[in-house]
Write a new protein. Structure first.
Lengths: 113, 115
């Protein structure tokens, strides 16, 4: 089945700087790549996603890039704020009636004031 | 909007006993429901995928005998953890989606503590 690797596991940045999280996947048939943010004690919430027909997507300060040839995708948070501190998970899946999400191991982001 | 209510939020059970968790989809039809477990300091492992009117598909290392799932209609699903032991502790999440859409709406999770 699909495997997703996510790095780094811990990321500390200064407020106002950018943060980048990188993921890679193995199944070239995967075509949907969501990113989730999980606050302590809460469930993961979808913050941005990208499908295989795109290479770049931006929602406000969130940018996701997809390189299908290299089977890599990444999340970039520009102008980080303390409220961005959380666990972030990337995932990959294949669209279809019985698809499943395979999650990365997660990145703990800490934005220091 | 699409919402998934999951309950209970937290539960404590004695080792060897069982506990049941439920998910209710509101605002959409939960054609597919995925149950995940997040063990302490780990990522989300898929336990099983359930599609209404189809067989429930369990992932390797998870069985129906241990995690029986019910998905009787387009708004409700439940999962039971039978004979829970220490290694079963963690956050259990249900995620539901409608039709062929790829994004899941997740419930708030059930945090299981086994003592």
């Amino acid at each position: 089945g699909e495997q997703v690797e996510q790095l780094p596991s811990i990321l500390r940045v200064q407020e106002g700087s950018s943060a980048s999280i990188n993921c890679s996947y193995e199944d070239s048939a995967s075509n949907y790549f969501p990113w989730y943010k999980q606050e302590p004690g809460e469930n993961p919430k979808l913050i941005i996603d990208i499908r295989s027909n795109m290479e770049r997507k931006q929602i406000q300060e969130l940018i996701v890039l997809l390189d299908k040839k290299a089977k890599r995708f990444s999340l970039h948070i520009t102008d980080t704020q303390p409220g961005d501190s959380a666990m972030y998970f990337c995932a990959a899946s294949l669209s279809g009636s019985f698809n499943k999400l395979t999650f990365g191991a997660g990145t703990r982001l800490a934005v220091c004031p | 909007g699409a919402l998934v209510y999951q309950y209970p939020r937290r539960t404590i059970c004695k080792s060897g006993t069982s506990m049941r968790m439920e998910c209710q989809a509101v605002g959409f039809q939960a054609t597919s429901v995925a149950w995940y477990r997040q063990s302490p300091q780990k990522t989300f492992e898929l336990i099983a995928l359930s599609t209404v009117n189809s067989a429930i598909k369990y992932e390797q290392n998870f069985t129906q005998e241990k995690f029986p799932i019910s998905h009787p209609n387009l708004s409700f699903s439940s999962m039971t953890v039978l004979n829970a032991y220490l290694e079963d502790r963690g956050l259990y999440l249900c995620g539901a989606r409608e039709g062929a859409r790829s994004d899941y709406t997740f419930g708030s999770g059930t945090r299981l503590l086994v003592i």
